[in-house]
Design a protein around this ligand. Sequence first.
Ligand code: DGY
Length: 322
Amino acid sequence: MTKKKILLTRRWPDSVEERLSRDYEATLNTDDVPMTTEAIGAALNDYDAVCPTVSDKLPAEIFTGGHRAQILGNYGVGFNHIDIAAAEAAGLVVTNTPGVLTDCTADTALTLMLMLARRAGEGERELRAGNWAGWRPTHMMGTRLRGKTLGIIGMGRIGIATAKRAHAAFGMKVVFYNLVDVPEEHIAGMDAVRMDTIEDVLEAADVVSLHVPGGRDNTHLMNAERLALIGPDGMLINSARGDVIDQKALISALKDGKLGGAGLDVFEGEPDIPAELIAMENTVLLPHLGSATRETREDMGNMVADNLDAFFAGKPVPNPVS
Ligand code: DGY
């Protein structure tokens, strides 16, 4: 039987590329050079499946006109880089990779939290620059997390995993905002308190961690007014999507002392990061490492492969995006 033609837009872990090359006529991006939107659009005419990643852009205009592709196997849980309505209107099935990156992304949120509270990035920079003058009682004092309040915006899988870690490891109190009810059994054992509004959470929390999808109504969810509610001693953590925060407003809030600090794994317009953000000591900045462990990146790839296998076998796909 002729193998289906598939395209991976970036390098994927070796074991997954091997699996897909065995089962499909797979085109790999061995140089790992990002593809332009035009090239991805053109690929829809040449391949049965196109497998983009969260750093690609698939706007509505690439889905106009007839094409060969029947499925987009997105490598990643977030899909705000794809115009889903346009893809679906063009008859494409879209799948993603939920669940397998929950733990690693929650770990990254905790990493940012600890680094920010304990000034780890700042300390490392001082030491590496040869500027450490030795131990002294008042040197680079940070903030203790134990007993502080963590506010989660978006109590889905990753929000819950982050809250559980913070509660178990640091005894943090948990408050949260979520659009819909969260089943009691998912948050058992944390005494987590659901609040009516985002503002209530921002006012109650010492550390706020964002766990909502990007795009649509969540674009600039954290605007100047909301950032100010976290307060001069408060910390903001973002391992979700860059556009959830109004980045210009964030820079102003950090500069003006309206917000204490920010730990960011994602950025508006990444990978371009404003110089002002880089220059600030009260920020911890990571290059979108949320899911970046060997194990998780392989799981994500295998999940895409499972979705393609199901689709081309005429079965329901396990992880449709809706
Ligand atoms: C995702 O899958 O959406 C993540 O951002 C990748 O780490």
